[in-house]
Design a protein around this ligand. Structure first.
Ligand SMILES: [Zn+2]
Length: 142
């Protein structure tokens, strides 16, 4: 089954980071209860396939997953989330307060450590785009 990694998962060959898509057996999913999420079954959405192909072209990771309808819809959802972030808005579920060494206090999806060297908002900071802050941190806006 196709699962999304929610919390870092140690494997024999390394650590799977949150956000990765992985094929996993039902037994493994049960053992990792709460650390992975089964990507719900859905029909492939042609418009998703088109815009992802336009975005990722020959990216080997994309070529590997483009034949998998569930992965296509998952990638499309991630692309939508990235667009929300580019606008400086908080995607759904970004409620976990984390201290980014570069951005300061930011809100991220759950499953992240309390302190990180870099975060998804670093790209906004580098591009001069807004970073949403908790109200009590407004005065620390960089
Ligand atoms: Zn950051």
């Amino acid at each position: 089954m196709l699962v999304e990694i929610l919390e870092p998962v140690a494997t024999r060959t390394g650590t799977l980071q949150p956000g990765r898509l992985v094929e996993m057996s039902e037994g493994a999913i049960r053992r990792l209860d709460g650390k992975v999420r089964v990507v719900p079954t859905a029909e492939p959405i042609d418009s998703n396939l088109e815009r992802l192909s336009a975005e990722f072209g020959d990216d080997p990771e994309w070529l590997k997953w483009k034949v998998h309808p569930l992965a296509v819809n998952h990638w499309a959802a991630n692309m939508d989330i990235a667009e929300i972030r580019r606008k400086g808005s908080l995607p759904h579920g970004y409620v976990h307060e984390v201290e980014c060494q570069s951005c300061g206090p930011v809100l991220l999806a759950s499953g992240m450590p309390e302190r990180v060297p870099a975060c998804v908002w670093c790209m906004n900071r580098a591009a001069g785009l807004p970073i949403p802050r908790l109200e009590h941190h407004e005065e620390r806006k960089l």
